[in-house]
Design a protein around this ligand. Structure first.
Ligand SMILES: [Zn+2]
Length: 437
C-alpha cells in the first residue's frame, strides 16, 4: 500500500511534515519520504490535503465483549491497555498480534490485586507479604503483562509485592493504595498512577498520620468504609507550587500519570439529563445502558444533589492539577476507563484528548499521550508509536489537521493496523453492525 502526498503529524512536535509518501508492506512502514517510488501493483491511497497520525492507544480500558471490539478500530484506536484481565483478553492479544480479528492490540493486567476486603467482587485479595514472591511467580506463569494494584492494599502487602515484582521484572501499575503515598509508590517502582489519585491526600500536612490511620483501619473487620472516609476527609487545597514540586519528584522517579479525565468528568455529570442523552448510546446494548444508569450503580445511587455538586468540584480540582503537572515534566498517558458510565469504547479516546487539551496540553502533546508515550511506557518506542521507516504500520488517516483542533482526530478517512486497512466504507460497516435497537 502507498499513501501518497500526505502530511505526517509527529506527536510531541508542533511542526508536521508535508507531502510525504508512505509505503506499507507486510505490516511495516517500509519507506517514508518525499521521493519514494511506489512499486507496481501497490494499492495507492491519495493523501493530498490529508493528515496521517500514528494509531491511537487507550491506556485505561475495561472491556469484555469481543463482538464490539470493532468500535475501537472504527475510532482509530489500534491498541488498548486492559486494566482488569480475564483469560479472554489473552486470546484477543494473540489474535490481534496475528491480524486475525477486527480489534485493537492488547496489553493486559491480570485480575485486580486489592486488600483484605476488595472494592470489586472478583478481585484477588492479597494480604500476606510472605507470599509476594510466589504470587508474582504465578502471575508471570499466567502470562499477564503487568500487575494491576488497587486502592485497599495494606502497606506491608504492597511493598512486599512491589519488591517481588521488581526483582522478577514484572511491571506493576494502577491505583496507588490509599495507605501509600505517590512518592513511596514511585520509589517502589509503580509505573503508572491512574485517575490523578493521591495528590490531594499526599499534599496535606497530616498526610503521614492519615495514611497510618488508613492502614490500621484496613486491618480491622469492616474497616473499608472507614478507610475511604479517612481518605476523603476534608483537607486544605494544595498550592500550585506544592503540586508542581511534588510532581517533579514523581516524574524523576519515572512514574507516569494516566488522568482518565473522561471517567472523572462523566461520573460527576450523570445527574444531567442533557449529558445522558448521548447519541453514541445506540452502539451500546441495552444491558450496558441499564448498567450506566446511576440508579443501578452502588457508587452513585445514594448521591444527593449536593453530592453531585461536590463531585463536579472534585473533577474541577483534579483537572486543575494537569497544568502544574505538565509544567513539572510529568509524562501523561491518554486513558478513558471505558466500560464506566458514558466512557465509550473507541469514541471516548477522542473525548479524552479534547479534555487533556482543555486542561492545558497542546494538541500535539495530547496526541503524544495516546501514541508515542504508550510506546515509551511499554519500552517499545523503537518498534511503534510514530509513522517512521521500520516501525509497525499502525496509523490513522484524517481529513482535517488535529494540531489545529484536537477534535479533528475524529475526522477519520481510513485506519491501518499492521497488514490491514479499513477504508471509510468498511469503518461505517463496522459501526452499522454495532448498532443496537
Ligand atoms: Zn479502571
Amino acid at each position: 500500500m502507498a499513501i501518497e502526498h500526505v502530511t505526517i503529524v509527529v506527536p510531541g512536535k508542533a511542526q508536521s511534515v508535508p507531502d510525504q509518501t508512505v509505503l506499507i508492506d507486510r505490516g511495516v512502514f517500509r519507506q517514508v519520504g518525499k521521493n519514494v517510488k511506489v512499486p507496481e501493483g501497490a494499492r495507492r491511497i491519495d493523501g493530498t490535503g490529508k493528515f496521517l497520525i500514528p494509531g491511537l492507544w487507550d491506556m485505561h480500558v475495561h472491556w469484555y465483549d469481543e463482538s464490539a471490539l470493532g468500535l475501537f478500530t472504527a475510532n482509530g484506536v489500534t491498541g488498548i491497555r486492559v486494566m482488569w484481565g480475564m483469560p479472554m483478553q489473552k486470546d484477543w492479544r494473540r489474535k490481534a498480534a496475528l491480524g486475525a480479528m477486527v480489534g485493537p492490540r492488547v496489553v493486559t493486567a491480570g485480575p485486580i490485586v486489592d486488600g483484605p476486603d476488595p472494592v470489586w467482587e472478583g478481585s484477588t485479595s492479597f494480604t500476606d507479604p510472605e507470599r509476594a514472591g510466589m504470587f508474582v511467580l504465578n502471575h508471570r506463569a499466567d502470562e499477564w503483562d503487568f500487575i494491576k494494584v488497587y486502592s485497599l492494599l495494606r502497606r506491608g502487602a504492597y511493598f512486599a509485592l512491589a519488591h517481588a515484582a521488581k526483582s522478577q521484572g514484572v511491571p506493576f501499575a494502577g491505583h496507588v493504595p490509599l495507605s501509600v503515598s505517590l512518592l513511596e509508590a514511585a520509589k517502589a517502582g509503580q509505573k503508572s498512577n491512574e485517575h490523578l489519585g493521591g495528590f490531594m491526600t499526599d499534599l496535606r500536612p497530616d498526610a503521614a498520620d492519615l495514611r497510618s490511620k488508613i492502614d490500621a483501619a484496613l486491618g480491622e473487620e469492616g474497616g473499608k468504609a472507614k478507610a475511604f472516609a479517612l481518605s476523603r476527609s476534608p483537607g486544605p487545597m494544595p498550592t500550585v507550587a506544592a503540586v508542581e514540586s511534588y510532581a517533579r519528584s514523581l516524574a524523576k522517579e519515572g512514574m507516569w500519570q494516566c488522568p482518565t479525565l473522561t471517567v472523572l468528568r462523566n461520573i460527576s455529570r450523570l445527574d444531567k439529563p442533557e449529558f445522558v442523552k448521548d447519541a453514541r448510546l445506540k452502539y451500546m446494548p441495552s444491558e450496558m445502558r441499564t448498567m450506566w444508569d446511576p440508579a443501578n450503580d452502588f457508587r452513585f445511587k445514594a448521591r444527593t444533589a449536593a453530592d453531585w455538586e461536590k463531585s463536579r468540584a472534585d473533577f474541577a480540582a483534579k483537572k486543575a492539577l494537569i497544568a502544574p503537572l505538565l509544567k513539572a515534566g510529568t509524562k501523561f498517558l491518554a486513558g478513558t476507563d471505558c466500560l464506566n458510565p458514558y466512557c465509550f469504547p473507541g469514541f471516548s479516546l477522542h473525548d479524552e484528548l479534547a479534555l487533556l487539551v482543555e486542561a492545558g496540553l497542546t494538541p500535539t502533546q495530547a496526541l503524544e499521550a495516546a501514541t508515542v508515550n504508550p510506546a515509551r511506557f511499554f519500552d517499545q518506542q523503537k518498534a511503534w508509536g510514530l509513522v517512521a521507516k521500520g516501525m509497525r504500520a499502525d496509523c490513522v488517516l484524517l481529513s482535517r489537521d488535529p494540531l489545529v483542533d484536537i477534535r479533528n482526530t475524529a475526522s477519520i478517512v481510513a485506519v491501518f493496523q499492521g497488514t490491514r486497512m479499513f477504508d471509510r466504507a468498511e469503518l461505517d460497516a463496522i459501526l452499522k453492525a454495532n448498532e443496537h435497537p
